[in-house]
Design a protein around this ligand. Structure first.
Ligand code: HEC
Ligand code: HEC
Length: 291
């Protein structure tokens, strides 16, 4: 609403509203605002006609251009797989040792393997495969289950305590909590284990003698008579300086008192046979290059 009164200072008409002598100007909306409103409106109509836009219950308006992000991603994935096919096929046919000696093939393995490892394994085994307490280092030559190519490939296929029909099964019992050993025996065997390991922690000889007896009776069946570990059981060596969980007094107590049961998922069904083979080669290569 405007009345026929013009503000002498600004030159605009007033609305006629007045508050204690202050009058309201009837300022017009600036033209650029109309301009942008019209442009964005036209753009939205054009976009709606050309691109997927409105939901229509079970489907949606497809747009004249027929663009579909899902279809284009699927196309790109298929293209990438087709580009990989020749050397992936070569990889599946080539025996492990021969593949490891083939620089061109291994360059591909390193490249694709790093991505596959990062996407599937790094969350547990660390970005560079160096592991963390409870998650084994995959870059050294110390293996819970064995480091032969076929053994590594099998571990990846079936996992550990994974629920897979062929899963590797490992269990370090809770000797203290489940009262399989008296507390004194737990203490003694821990002292004995610590005296065995590379740290060679000293302890009174009576304790060590008692610990050695407990070890021979209770632990040796899985960890070996000398504590050297038995890969068929997934039982680690207790005499080296490498620890899966940790070699300090407190951590070993946790292990022997409360038990441990590491879990590694089975990858059969989630990764193809050739992807698992590629990861096996990737791990072997990483390990060899560090030696
Ligand atoms: C959810 C965590 C997790 C993920 C993800 C995972 N792992 Fe494991 N992995 C483990 C644990 C835990 C162990 C040790 C199991 C045990 O205690 O015996 C293990 C053991 C292994 C071993 C045996 C090591 C040895 O010393 O014998 C290999 C090989 C391995 N993992 C490879 C892989 C690869 C390759 C991937 C990715 C495709 C992967 N892991 C993903 C947790 C994981
Ligand atoms: C039934 C087999 C079995 C028996 C018996 C057994 N262990 Fe174990 N032990 C294992 C397995 C398997 C692991 C690895 C657990 C894992 O991967 O999560 C392990 C792990 C350990 C670890 C952790 C090592 C590390 O690197 O952190 C210690 C320490 C240990 N055992 C000590 C003992 C002692 C001491 C006894 C005897 C009182 C004993 N174990 C008896 C199977 C056994």
């Amino acid at each position: 609403m405007s009345v026929d009164e013009r503000d002498p200072h600004s030159g605009y008409k007033t609305t006629g509203h007045e508050w204690n002598g202050i009058k309201e100007l009837n300022t017009p909306v600036p033209r650029p605002v109309y301009f942008f409103l019209i442009v964005t409106f036209l753009f939205s109509i054009g976009y709606w006609v050309l691109m997927p836009a409105w939901p229509t219950g079970l489907s949606y308006t497809k747009g004249l251009l027929g663009l579909d992000q899902r279809a284009s991603v699927e196309r790109e994935v298929a293209q990438a797989a087709a580009a990989r096919a020749p050397w992936m096929n070569a990889l599946v046919r080539t025996p492990y040792e021969q593949a490891l000696a083939d620089p061109a093939l291994m360059a591909r393995v390193r490249d694709t393997g790093a991505t596959l490892f990062g996407d599937n394994c790094a969350a547990c085994h660390g970005a560079n495969g160096a592991g963390a307490p409870g998650f084994p280092n995959l870059r050294d030559d110390i293996w819970l289950w064995g480091g032969a190519p076929d053994t590594i490939a099998e571990t990846i296929r079936v996992g550990v305590n994974s629920g897979h029909a062929d899963a590797r099964v490992s269990q370090m019992m809770a000797f203290g909590r489940d009262q399989m050993l008296p507390q004194e025996d737990v203490r003694a065997v821990i002292a004995y284990v610590r005296s065995l390991s590379a740290a060679r922690a000293p302890a009174p000889s009576a304790t060590l003698t008692r610990g050695a007896v407990v070890f021979a009776n209770t632990c040796a069946s899985c960890h070996g008579a000398r504590g050297e570990g038995i890969q068929q059981m997934g039982a680690p060596s207790l005499i080296d300086s490498d620890w899966l969980y940790g070699g300090d007094q407190e951590t070993i107590f946790q292990t022997v008192w409360h038990g441990r049961q590491g879990q590694m998922p089975a990858w059969e069904g989630r990764l193809s046979a050739s992807e698992r083979r590629l990861l096996t080669l990737y791990l072997l290569d990483q390990q060899r290059r560090r030696q």
